[in-house]
Design a protein around this ligand. Sequence first.
Ligand SMILES: NC(=O)c1ccc[n+]([C@@H]2O[C@H](COP(=O)([O-])OP(=O)(O)OC[C@H]3O[C@@H](n4cnc5c(N)ncnc54)[C@H](OP(=O)(O)O)[C@@H]3O)[C@@H](O)[C@H]2O)c1
Length: 292
Amino acid sequence: MKNSRLHSLQKELLDGVQTKLAETKSLLQNQDLTKLIEGKTGKGKTVLITGASSGIGAGMARTFAKLGYNLAICARRTDRLQALKTEILADYPDIRVELAELDVSDYEAVFTTFKAFQQQFDSIDRIIVNAGVGEGRRVGTGRFHINQRTAEINFISALAQCEAAMEIFREQNAGHLVVISSMSAMRGMPKHLTVYAASKAGLAHLAEGIRAEMIADNLPIKITTIYPGYIRTEINEGAPKLPFEVDEATGSNALVAAIESGVEEACVPTLPWLVLGKAMKHLPLHLVNKLG
Ligand SMILES: NC(=O)c1ccc[n+]([C@@H]2O[C@H](COP(=O)([O-])OP(=O)(O)OC[C@H]3O[C@@H](n4cnc5c(N)ncnc54)[C@H](OP(=O)(O)O)[C@@H]3O)[C@@H](O)[C@H]2O)c1
């Protein structure tokens, strides 16, 4: 390699490291939503959230409403969506909330629902691929259909959502795709988490591939992968206390703070999961197992 090319590669690598450090710094500094709420940073913008009928989907909807965003919310349980819409509009009557029934395993419906939301709002600024299931069984114990369903909802249905979102963003030449992966995606996980973790790792890789393409094609579409730690919701209902768990409101606020910062990837809440995530990548598996 010629000296000049080597220098330029070294410079690019160092710039890349600096960008990553700056992202980490901004994540650590931007945990407080007060300024975003006061500034109504979402005013006039629309965020679409799948799986918004409970848990962090509903929680993020509440927090984005505080920031002034219009909301396009969907899930199968429309009674929950309607109750959420009523609750949010009572507190924030100036925003617009539209809802739709959507089963994300009906792939055609994913495309038509997203498109219908785009037509209702004229444009969609951000789409959050959040719908997911946590069911799983030890591999090889005769419960393939349960693991198959988890793999399908968390990966294939998520792929359909990414496809539908990117079609809209390519047409608009603008947008922000956010996928909700999981800290469990950092490594292979045992027991009921094996397929769940694999599906979430697949989703994170998918998002990275789409991001790589946006960079290669120089398109102004942002892709963010979120790795949540344990947040107490219906997905882990009945489970005993989980490592470093936070409640739904704390988790949802932390998720919105990370998403608003516009970083490529974020472990949420940033602490302790940013540090644990780095450790999980390298620790021996028997230690990583303890987080599962
Ligand atoms: N809570 C955590 O600790 C944690 C950690 C890491 C990642 N996550 C991820 O965060 C996301 C949200 O989970 P959560 O914790 O908020 O759990 P949750 O309360 O159980 O919410 C799951 C949401 O997904 C929707 N959903 C499930 N299957 C669907 C389907 N076939 N079609 C459409 N929507 C469907 C549900 O809506 P309907 O049933 O009404 O359709 C519900 O709104 C999931 O992707 C999960 O893997 C959660």
